[in-house]
Design a binder for this molecule. Structure first.
Ligand code: C5P
Length: 228
């Protein structure tokens, strides 16, 4: 069976559970995404390395955002992990994204940097509360334009902004979280089904709880069925 362009979000601090999730899904999906919960857990950094060469791509979702020099040095410090994908926040600005790209090209030419636009847990109301009246769609497009100037490889956005991001560049990888096969949206706000997100042009989907809550082997089958 062809692997589907899905990253399973391994959001746990339990390394045994992480192995179970990856073993249950790795034959069907493209990669595993390790975020802050796993990375910050005891021994998390070293544990990420153990999942390399397990026939899954490694996506390190650290969402880096700081002054350019700090982000540059942080990425240089990840040299021993050399993930296939790494996230930074596009809102860190052009110079920060350029610094991230420079660190990537100096340490690991194969690693792809993804710029996170507006978190899928936020709404226009949330942005307004933080002082921005720009609608999310416009804001994501602006952030994608800035990422393109910095020659960033890809964008993380919700499925609702895929069309806008594609207008900025056809070459971007478009990685889309906030994917739901059930109607349990939890803390996510801008959600969509996997089939619809791929149809709109997502190159990869990020799916967490719909796979990891309960039995990942049964859940991945449900996700695969939802793609038919
Ligand atoms: O469980 P769920 O499918 O909502 O998991 C989504 C995953 O995608 C989480 O690991 C979360 O950190 C990540 N993510 C997101 N929104 C972004 C970027 C990453 O939900 N904009």
């Amino acid at each position: 069976m062809k692997k589907q362009p899905i990253f399973v979000a391994v959001d746990t601090n339990n390394h045994k559970r992480a192995s179970e999730i990856i073993n249950a899904t790795k034959n069907y999906i493209y990669g595993a995404k390790f975020g802050l919960e796993f990375f910050c857990s005891k021994g998390g950094r070293e544990a990420v390395k153990k999942f390399k060469n397990k026939n899954v791509k490694i996506f390190l979702d650290l969402k880096l955002k700081d002054i350019p020099n700090t982000v540059y040095k942080a990425i240089k410090s990840l040299r021993d992990i050399s993930p296939d994908y790494l996230t930074i926040h596009a809102s860190g600005g052009l110079e920060m994204m350029k610094a991230a790209k420079k660190a990537q090209s100096e340490t690991n030419k194969k690693m792809k940097i993804l710029a996170v636009t507006i978190l899928t847990s936020l709404t226009n109301k949330d942005l307004k509360q933080m002082g921005s009246n720009t609608p999310i769609q416009t804001q994501v497009q602006k952030l994608a334009q800035t990422a393109r100037l910095a020659k960033i490889h890809g964008i993380v956005c919700s499925a609702h902004e895929i069309t806008k991001v594609k207008k900025v560049s056809k070459n971007f990888e478009i990685v889309v979280p906030g994917i739901r096969i059930s109607n349990k949206v939890q803390d996510q706000k801008r959600v969509m089904s996997p089939k619809q997100a791929l149809k709109l042009g997502a190159t990869h989907l990020v799916i967490g709880r719909d796979i990891t809550k309960g039995n990942p082997k049964t859940n991945i089958k449900k996700v695969l069925n939802a793609l038919i």
